[in-house]
Design a protein around this ligand. Structure first.
Ligand code: PPS
Length: 568
């Protein structure tokens, strides 16, 4: 007899023949380009991962979910799944209309019949779902800063699943996993949800869970979207593959789940449980601080570390998956093994390395002990996050025309090239305007475009392990902050304010531009007829008046050494 968890689950796709026809018809519909998060959501809607949902939530379902974790028909569902759109798009859509939903390349994935349209009450959602309207919570930050202001709800008809080119063989729909379990004769399956690489503590925890539940183990990491700043999924999956060898063959499987996590703690744990039930699992591991978002803006934990276990436990029957709960696993030195913290005998020595400490050790190229992780995992992590002295970075000079930015930047470039090790690119204001931004003028709008282009190139150079030195005027604080954000996604950003006064720049007038600006022959000239917003908190402020160029460049070098970005 087939266990009930292994019979097929309903999907929202139409047949292949109908899909071809529908796709042609859908070409004429008003269409919405799905965001990255919506693509993750729609995939799990269509393949049954979010069963019993039949589409993006309508207003009544949404209200019930936010207030009491229930759909309008009473079914347990803890997380709002919304199609958030812009005001401009919402204005084009009437209730009762069909719209096409496309991926980011324009491929039509589904048709949605719009039954509801309303303006989102974001405070209500943040408080109700995440417990606080605090943007230190990644999902609240997303809600407040990225999600559109209007929600559309309605059932969807699936045409095709989003395409993934990475790790194809490891991605399984709920029905594919159910088929696999049936084929392997697995009846009891315990799922392990994770967004981190697996270290020895996780391995011990999963071993114990499988033993306790007398079940096979499914390592089921989320690879859709996780907490900003997490290790990218490419690296993680290589780590998982390396660790898989440590598990007894034929008891354990690895499958990737394209879930966009919300870091919603207890509610998220319940949601993960329902998703695992849909994927044919009978058990799920819930550890300490499951899907925890970290600290709030007052520096306190958003959720009780064992709140997820409590909420899961209270709803276990309805979730349809049994919880295997664990206290935090720690390494007991005297026994040379891992144990749940509450089982450690008094007087024994506990060793632990926190996530922050691990990042520090990776960043500084320090040792990561064997009791903590597997050599192959550490090697993968080191490859993807080399020590600071091997990472890319950006030095961003800003200052008035004629302040000496380009001269110091050139001197710095030569010194860094002399040291060797990383390629160095100089994005000087004038040079950029010749090659990248030749069509732009000096209005605020054009200056912003120019600086953002420089920021984009610098962030790519940083990502690829090079050194970008930028030397534009960059007169606006907000634009400089945007560039910092772009670069810091990949490496260090060093703002250098070349603080030569306007009087000195005008006195030097190396290009004769100040004279022309004073005569009104050049309009919108920075410092004369256009603003320069001084950086309030640069990493370095250089006083060039009376100082040698070499001395100024040396100050930057010292700072870079100090930050561990170069080695003396
Ligand atoms: S910005 O504001 O950052 O986009 O400016 P940037 O790309 O660095 O370009 C500055 C160089 O262009 C020359 N120039 C002007 N500067 C300021 N304002 C006006 N209106 C202007 N018109 C031309 C000037 O030579 C700048 O070069 P630097 O190297 O800064 O002296």
């Amino acid at each position: 007899m087939t266990a009930t968890n292994l019979v097929p689950i309903p999907e929202l796709y139409v047949s292949a023949d109908s899909a071809v026809k529908l796709k042609l018809e859908a070409a004429d519909l008003v269409s919405w380009d799905l965001t990255q998060r919506q693509i993750c959501d729609i995939e799990l809607l269509m393949n049954g991962g979010f069963n019993p949902l039949k589409g993006f939530l309508g207003k009544a379902d949404y209200d019930g979910v936010v207030k009491e974790m229930r759909l309008a028909d009473g079914a347990l569902w803890p997380m709002p799944i919304n199609l958030d759109v812009s005001e401009a798009f919402a204005a084009k859509v009437e209730v009762g209309q069909d719209i096409a939903l496309r991926d980011q390349e324009g491929v039509i994935l589904a048709i949605m019949s719009v039954t509801d349209k309303w303006v989102a009450d974001k405070a209500f959602e943040a408080e109700g779902v995440f417990g606080a309207d605090d943007i230190a919570h990644p999902a609240v930050n997303y809600l407040r800063h990225k999600a559109g202001p209007v929600y559309l709800g309605g059932p969807i008809t699936g045409i095709q699943q989003p395409t993934h080119y990475d790790f194809r063989a490891l991605r399984n729909t709920p029905n594919e996993l159910r088929t696999l379990f049936r084929k392997l004769g697995w009846r009891r399956i315990v799922a392990f949800q994770t967004r981190n690489p697996l270290h020895r503590a996780h391995q011990e925890l999963t071993f114990r869970a499988a033993r306790e539940a007398q079940a096979n183990l499914l390592i089921h990491p989320s690879v859709g979207m996780t907490k900003p700043g997490d290790i990218d999924h490419f690296t993680r999956v290589r780590c998982y593959e390396a660790v898989l060898d440590q598990y007894p063959a034929s008891t354990t499987a690895l499958s990737l789940l394209g879930l966009a996590m919300r870091m919603g703690g207890p509610r998220e744990a319940v949601w993960h449980g329902i998703i695992r039930r849909n994927h044919g699992c009978t058990h799920m591991i819930v550890g300490r601080d499951h899907a925890g978002p970290g600290k709030n803006s007052q520096g306190k934990d958003f959720y009780d570390p064992y709140g997820a276990q409590k909420l899961f436990g209270d709803n276990e029957a309805e979730i349809g998956v049994e919880m295997v709960d664990f206290k935090q696993m720690v390494y007991v030195q005297e026994k040379a093994q891992y144990e749940p913290r509450d089982e450690v005998e008094e007087g024994q020595t506990i060793l632990d390395i926190s996530g922050t400490e691990l990042r520090r050790r990776l960043q500084e190229g320090l040792e990561i002990p064997d009791w903590f992780s597997f050599p192959q995992v550490v090697e993968e992590l080191r490859k993807s996050k080399p020590a600071r002295a091997k990472q890319g970075f950006t030095v961003f000079f800003t200052g008035l025309s004629g302040s000496g930015k380009s001269t110091v930047a050139n001197a710095l470039m030569v010194k860094l090239m002399e040291m060797g090790g990383r390629p160095v690119t100089l994005l000087d204001g004038d040079v950029v305007r010749k090659h990248l931004s030749s069509e732009l003028g000096f209005s605020k709008e054009h200056r912003d475009i120019n600086i953002r282009r420089i920021g984009y190139v610098a962030s790519e150079i940083t990502k690829n392990g090079g050194i970008a030195i930028c030397a534009p005027i960059a007169p606006y604080t907000a634009t400089r902050a945007a560039v910092r954000e772009m670069v810091e996604a990949y490496g260090a950003f060093l703002e250098v304010h070349v603080a030569t006064s306007i009087e000195e720049c005008e006195r030097r007038d190396r290009k004769g531009l100040y004279k022309l600006a004073r005569e009104g022959k050049i309009k919108e000239f920075t410092g004369i007829s256009d603003p320069y917003e001084e950086p309030t908190n640069p990493e370095i402020r250089l006083e060039t008046e009376g100082n040698e160029i070499d001395y100024s460049a040396q100050q930057v070098i010292l700072k870079l050494e100090n930050m561990g970005l170069i080695k003396a």
